[in-house]
Design a binder for this molecule. Structure first.
Ligand code: GSH
Length: 206
């Protein structure tokens, strides 16, 4: 059985949704990052970055980095069709945008939330934060420009990229997303209604 270390509405949400879509059995080990539980010695042995998510695989090994976890779940459950086949040009596009969101958007979100971790002087932190807001919004506009008829990135197939976008986009102000990125907003709203996603959505956001 998989063991997912995570906390409500945080980066572990996408891994949880992917495990649901893959029909896997898993246990969530709560790590309350608001209370600093990621900083215990015990958790440091599981994930030296002291972040969530971390995923213990059925063989006992542990992996970290949310986007890598999503790809692993997709590739180890090919019957779930959660990613295009490796080596295809669709997969290249899928991974391109997954990394785009992991590197540009997720990291941008961290600069918004903890700007003080990115600069030495407290005085510069506010400037980092302001620039991060603008930067993240621009990343969403770039992806919006790539999307076609939807509802998901590649039309009907629902992939772990869509799961990642569904999670991250809910960290944006809903009115901004609706007005500025209607295609991404449709992706998120459609994903929310999926039979396996809806209970996860409820657990995290209600
Ligand atoms: N690169 C990591 C980033 C994970 C990350 O920043 N997680 C946040 C929650 S969304 C966290 O654990 N923060 C706790 C902390 O930084 O102390 C990933 O993509 O999985």
């Amino acid at each position: 059985m998989y063991r997912l270390y995570g906390w409500k509405t945080t980066g572990s949400l996408a891994s949880e949704a992917a495990l649901e879509e893959a029909g896997e059995k898993y246990e969530v080990i709560p790590i309350n990052i608001r209370e600093g539980e990621q900083n215990t010695d015990e958790y440091g042995l599981i994930n030296p970055t002291r972040q969530v998510p971390s995923l213990q695989l059925p063989d006992g090994s542990v992996m970290t980095e949310g986007a890598a976890i999503l790809l692993h779940i997709a590739d180890s459950h090919p019957e779930s069709k959660l990613a295009p086949l490796p080596g295809t040009s669709e997969r290249a596009q899928h991974d391109r945008w997954l990394f785009f969101f992991a590197v540009n958007v997720y990291e941008g979100e961290l600069r918004k939330i903890i700007p003080q971790n990115y600069v030495d002087s407290e005085a510069c932190a506010e400037a980092v934060k302001t620039a991060a807001y603008r930067y993240v919004e621009n990343q969403y506009r770039i992806f919006e420009g790539y999307l076609k008829d939807g509802p998901y990135t590649f039309g009907d197939p629902f992939t772990v990229l869509d799961i990642y976008v569904w999670m991250l986009a809910q960290w944006m102000p809903p009115e901004w997303l609706e007005e500025e990125c209607p295609k991404i907003n449709r992706l998120v709203e459609t994903a929310k209604l999926r039979p396996k996603i809806a209970p996860v959505q409820k657990r995290h956001f209600d």
